[in-house]
Design a protein around this ligand. Structure first.
Ligand code: LMR
Length: 329
């Protein structure tokens, strides 16, 4: 009986019109570690909505936010094994494959959202994504998170010397760790979904992240100070399993590519609005004292960590670095 019902339902679907006819039946798992109410979370939900409606329900996208399915420590292996089809890690988490994914952590490299978009949509960004091909993955897009800022529970940071001696959580990577070393702090890589607890237990004194992550992760409950440094960028790469992707019907690939483009736009359209809302919320809660740096104070941070930029900008893929710099002109 159930079988009969199913057949009836699918013939009704097919009769509904051209827009939803002919898509292969497919279930896609999409896993990420941030909250739903972030640029990444909302872009992922937009992708789900578009794919499901455009395919007439033939393609299902199951979104698992907040590390519910995989966390930082296992999501990349999971996508390589095709246990999950889409992950969206911070680009720096892919630097084990290609060092240049840490380009977003080069201090003060990207000026604003426009600069990032020009780089990501241009040849440099696409060249960077293509480096994943040989590792069984395919980079579909870059999504925004935000410029990164520093929180801690020891000191009001308004000068690089204040960072000295702090133990700071980062998302990992050689560049960002050297940024902290250069300022006399120690940095340690901790999975995103374990960071709140590490701050609460005092294993670390502070962390750096986008304003939206700082607010949605409720770091204000366990941190006293927030300094708006914008010293580096957290930007995501949307990554899929290459073999799985290559095996999809061309029509399905086309639909997913179009939906990914629109989801990317959704993230980009949301980022500044969510940042404004998050900073307002942090201010009104009053749990963290906020330091907004003057131009002079910001310059002191730039000076202090410039050696890290100089060293790593020379070590990465020069073609991509040059294109990233050109994208800002
Ligand atoms: C982090 O680990 O700090 C970020 O990559 C988390 C996120 O937003 O994915």
């Amino acid at each position: 009986l159930a079988g009969c019902g199913g057949n009836e339902a699918s013939s009704t679907e097919a009769a509904k019109g051209d827009s939803d006819a002919g898509y292969q039946k497919l279930s896609i798992k999409l896993s990420h570690v941030a909250s739903d109410n972030t640029p990444k979370g909302l872009a992922a939900l937009k992708f789900k909505e578009l794919v499901e409606s455009e395919s007439g329900g033939n393609i299902e996208v199951k979104v698992y936010p907040s590390g519910q399915l995989y966390g930082d420590n296992d999501e990349i292996e999971a996508v390589q094994a095709n246990n999950v089809q889409i992950i969206i890690p911070s680009a720096a988490k892919l630097s084990g494959f290609e060092e240049t994914f840490e380009i977003f952590d080069l201090p003060f490299m990207f000026k604003n959202e426009e600069h990032l978009r020009a780089f990501e949509d241009g040849e440099g960004g696409q060249e960077l994504l293509a480096t994943l091909d040989e590792y069984g993955m395919k980079g579909l897009s870059f999504w925004p998170n935000g410029f990164k800022h520093i929180t801690n529970n020891k000191v009001a940071v308004d000068d690089p010397s204040d960072v000295k001696g702090l133990k700071v959580r980062t998302h990992g990577g050689q560049i960002i760790n050297e940024v902290y070393e250069t300022m006399g702090a120690s940095s340690t890589k901790i999975a995103f979904n374990e960071t709140y607890q590490a701050l609460q237990l005092g294993t670390i004194d502070g962390q750096e992240n986008s304003i939206v992550n700082i607010e949605t992760q409720k770091y204000g409950e366990v941190q006293n100070h927030l300094t708006l440094t914008s010293h580096a960028r957290s930007e995501y790469a949307v990554v899929t399993n290459k073999q799985w992707w290559d095996g999809l019907e061309p029509k399905t690939q086309e639909l997913l590519t179009k939906a990914m483009k629109e989801a990317t736009n959704e993230g980009r359209n949301q980022v500044e609005k969510l940042e404004t809302e998050a900073i307002e919320k942090i201010k009104s809660e009053g749990k963290m004292a906020i330091v907004e740096l003057t131009d002079e104070q910001k310059e002191a941070f730039k000076q202090a960590i410039q050696p890290v930029f100089d060293k790593w900008a020379q070590k990465m893929n020069q073609d991509i670095i040059n294109k990233a710099i050109e994208a800002g002109n």
